[in-house]
Design a protein around this ligand. Structure first.
Ligand code: TEU
Length: 549
């Protein structure tokens, strides 16, 4: 058995986790300060989003130096302290490698701008069209053209994200060698693994052409040499030999490719993130539109999650399981109930994901049921994508009211508000002015109050984490969909060596009837006091139940 099959990863967005200097921005020593809390939760790895030197146009996903700590997060010594202290608690660190692009402030890009041929070849450059326009009609993921013009070169460079995030030219073997070297640098510092940012976008096509059907993604997503590059990177940096746990963030990908990325025989990565289940509430695939009143995510979630569970299982691949990250709205607000049933729905959603086949990820604050930010004014937003889309939606003729409703549901800042530790004015996050506003509901929703409550999301997550380690049927069992047409309940079965675990999750605020399939089961975990044991039962609002036979 692969060890990471029974592990749980906790994602930290250092900027919003814990400030120890009063700067208003979280830092590495803040993570050290909270290690005992994480140990108590029982997680095995911490994935830290980028804390490398960066102008922070995309909060660190615009890296200017892959080997140095940005002073606003601390020093290399702080990092070493963190690695040592985490290790002492049996927790490994996974670092976030942003290898699709560098910041335009990276030395490589600056030398390219200065005309050094070697570094110009580190980036993707193309001449203008005869009319001076961009080489293709591709659209940046943050809105606008994916190309920017450099007068010094008389050429455009590609940026799939912000214009200060220039795409690296992976066709150039020197670039690939540089990146492997960065991995070796951090392996030598004692890290346990890596998360690779949008890594399935790095292999660009041989010919750059206009996309007459879409935004260009079909030409560079899971591109022509992607499997070769990942295999090579894995070998060059000794990822497997060094026992690194690796996860690739795969944008708009397919099951077939993710099987390839994560089947151990391929020697590419340990597992993959995919996002199709987090698009079921996008009308016509449009993130910047809202579903109709009364929309139910259940049919879409069931279809996508079952398909991915079964497909990855059949191909021997491995999923990273998750609801939340620093790019997604909070899941209780999105698929649960942030009001009356906040605690129950948070626990139900946790159950649904944690008992599946794959490695679960918990995003900071999810374990206490944190909700969306509730921002109502543009000044409250910080994220480059939200600020860009405010203007794009305005140009499309949407009213201010509509735009604010869309941002309130979709903005990445929803997940980036400071971690809510206690009910003090800045929620124990900082003694200074927080870089992004604290959610006013921290007076009620915070780690201290949650852990003291009779009904605690934290304690429930703690149980889920422990169950995966204890029961091989959770870590290794076969996944079998159940109740595929139920109007309210998401249900599935796990099976291993004669042990069966059935999971029932009521995704609605109404009671829901189910007939249990087996008899004489024992409740392994449930989110209501005194879980029911009858064979015909009525699940209460957002009730989750796992029955072991
Ligand atoms: O995100 C990749 C990505 O494509 C999205 O999740 C993106 O935020 C969304 O499509 C926009 O609607 C990764 C990082 O997680 C994200 O924070 C970075 O901004 C991005 O890569 C660029 O490095």
């Amino acid at each position: 058995m692969q060890d990471f099959h029974k592990s749980v990863v906790y994602q930290i967005y250092p900027k919003s986790f814990q400030d120890t200097t009063g700067s208003g921005t979280g830092d590495l020593m803040g993570v050290v300060k909270r290690l005992d809390y994480l140990k108590e939760l029982g997680v095995d790895y911490l994935w830290l989003t980028p804390f490398f030197v960066s102008p922070q146009n995309d909060n660190g996903y615009d890296v200017a130096d892959y080997r140095a700590i940005d002073p606003r997060y601390g020093t290399m010594e702080d990092f070493e302290t963190l690695a040592r202290e985490a290790k002492a608690r049996g927790i490994g660190l996974m670092l976030d490698m942003v290898f699709n692009h560098t910041s335009t402030e990276h030395e490589w890009f600056r030398r390219a701008l200065a005309g050094e041929e070697r570094y110009k070849n580190y980036y993707i450059r193309r001449p203008a069209r005869p009319d001076g326009g961009a080489p293709t009609n591709w659209v940046s993921k943050f809105g606008g053209s994916a190309w920017a013009y450099v007068p010094e070169w008389g050429e455009y460079y590609l940026h799939l994200f912000d214009r200060t995030q220039a795409d690296l030219n992976w066709e150039n073997p020197e670039v690939r060698a540089e990146l492997a070297d960065v991995l070796r640098f951090w392996i030598a510092k004692g890290v346990s693994g890596f998360r690779f940012d949008v890594v399935n976008l790095v292999s660009k096509p041989d010919v750059f052409e206009d996309d007459l059907e879409g935004d260009g993604r079909r030409f560079y997503t899971d591109g022509p040499r992607i499997h070769q590059y990942l295999h090579e990177l894995c070998a060059a940096a000794g990822l497997q030999d060094n026992g690194m746990v690796t996860v690739g963030e795969m944008s708009s990908t397919t099951i077939e490719n993710c099987v390839g990325y994560s089947n151990p025989e391929r020697k590419e990565l340990s597992m993959t993130f995919s996002f199709h289940h987090l698009k079921v509430d996008y009308p016509n695939q449009d993130k910047w539109a809202l579903p109709e009143e009364g929309f139910s995510p259940l049919p879409g979630l069931r279809e996508v999650l079952n398909r991915w569970q079964l497909g990855m299982q059949a191909g021997g691949g491995w999923n990273a399981l998750f609801w939340c990250n620093h790019d997604q709205p909070r899941v209780v607000s999105r698929f649960g109930d942030e009001g009356e049933y906040r605690v129950r729905s948070a626990q139900m959603l946790g159950t649904l994901i944690h008992l599946m086949r794959g490695t679960p990820y918990i995003y900071q604050g999810e374990e206490i049921g944190m909700t969306n930010a509730g921002f109502t004014a543009l000044e409250q937003y910080r994220d480059v994508e939200s600020l860009n889309y405010y203007h794009i939606l305005k140009e499309q003729g949407k009213s201010e009211k509509e735009i604010y409703a869309i941002l309130a549901a979709r903005s990445r800042d929803n997940s980036r508000t400071p971690m809510q530790w206690d009910d003090s004015p800045n929620t124990g996050f900082t003694t200074g002015e927080p870089w992004l506003a604290v959610n006013p509901n921290h007076t009620a929703i915070n780690a201290q109050a949650d852990r003291a409550a009779e009904d605690s999301v934290f304690r429930y997550y703690q149980k889920l984490v422990a169950l995966r380690k204890k029961y091989p049927v959770i870590a290794e069992g076969t996944y079998i969909p159940m109740l595929r047409d139920h109007p309210a309940v998401f249900a599935y079965r796990r099976e291993l060596d004669g042990v069966t675990l059935d999971i029932y999750c009521n995704m609605t605020a109404q009671p829901a009837q189910v007939d249990l399939e087996g008899a004489n089961g024992r409740v392994l975990i449930g989110n209501y006091p005194a879980p029911q044991r009858a064979e015909k039962l009525t699940l209460r609002p957002y009730e989750a139940l796992a029955v072991l036979y």
